[in-house]
Design a protein around this ligand. Structure first.
Ligand code: CA
Length: 301
């Protein structure tokens, strides 16, 4: 097996002034990053994460390899935020997928709530677990999945890249099958569209990555486009994989298939984007305790 067609599409959406997402489409490595931070810090954090991944050595492999890459990205963002007070507290999600040399295994590493899905046969399965407040509350039974989808804090994340000297990366390896389509996306897609809608848009586009990516962005915008939307897709097909090569030094800067280009001016992002997105574990525990107290009170009165 080998990597077949692939595409990356990013769009500012309909509500934000700037696009603070970044993407990596450099087979066998693919990734999305969703930045957060005041002013333009989120954009810088996501860009630093993407750059760190693009600097990956050609022999990077396996779960340790991808965890190491993401840890290196974390270090770069953290060090930059210490050196540049304007970027203090910036962070980003990252979800990265690396296909092995035989095209048989796909290793996924992630931090935050950007997602990895696998579309196999007729089933779209979410591979990554959101590192988010609502996901934790669903896990502990405080919220139903339906309540989580409508929750006002649904984009609050519990883990981010660059906000601390160290980061815990969640990694997993999927054994690929012919025809597998992997989908990485920022929450600007997954908050706007349910899994059924994502699957339907990909199916309607004939599972062609570029057409599917554009269709998904259109659908997310049609549902409000409240946030930046980024989606990266790649498929596994029959054939002999090509040998990995070092990226050419003069290659132009990526974002090969962005549907919209950045506005030129120095537009400052306004509103929340930022600090509010990352919540601490202590906050989650407090919410849980309050929830349980409420439950107890409800039962006993
Ligand atoms: Ca986002």
């Amino acid at each position: 097996m080998k990597i077949g067609r692939f595409a990356g599409v990013t769009d500012t959406g309909r509500r934000r002034m700037r696009n603070e997402d970044a993407l990596v489409v450099r087979p066998p490595l693919f990734a999305v990053a969703d930045g957060m931070g005041g002013a333009r810090a989120g954009e810088i954090a996501a860009r630093l994460a993407a750059d760190a991944l693009e600097d990956a050595r050609a022999d990077t492999a396996g779960e340790e390899g991808i965890a190491g890459l993401i840890e290196d990205a974390n270090r770069r963002i953290w060090e930059r935020s210490l050196a540049d007070p304007a970027t203090a507290g910036m962070g980003t999600t990252v979800t990265a997928a690396l296909v092995d040399e035989q095209g048989a295994r796909v290793t996924i590493g992630h931090v935050g709530d950007s997602r990895a899905y696998l579309f196999r046969g007729d089933v779209l399965a979410q591979l990554s677990t959101d590192h988010s407040l609502v996901a934790e509350l669903v896990q502990s039974g405080v919220l139903t999945p339906e309540e989580a989808e409508r929750h006002p804090q649904r984009s609050a994340i519990t883990r981010a890249l660059g906000t601390d000297a160290a980061v815990e990366v969640e990694v997993q390896t999927v054994t690929g099958e012919l025809g597998d389509l992997f989908v990485l996306c920022s929450d600007g897609l997954s908050v706007m569209l349910g899994d059924d809608e994502i699957a339907a848009a990909i199916e309607d586009a004939g599972r062609e990555p570029q057409a599917a990516g554009e269709a998904l962005v259109r659908a997310a915008n049609a549902h409000g486009g409240e946030d930046n939307i980024t989606v990266v897709l790649f498929e596994l097909v029959d054939g002999e994989p090509e040998p990995a090569s070092e990226p050419a030094a003069d290659e132009p800067a990526h974002e090969p298939a962005a549907t919209s280009s950045e506005p030129a001016g120095d537009v400052r992002t306004h509103g929340a984007g930022a600090g509010g997105r990352l919540v601490s574990l202590a906050f989650i525990v407090a919410v849980l305790v309050l929830g349980l107290l409420g439950l107890y009170w409800g039962i006993n009165r």
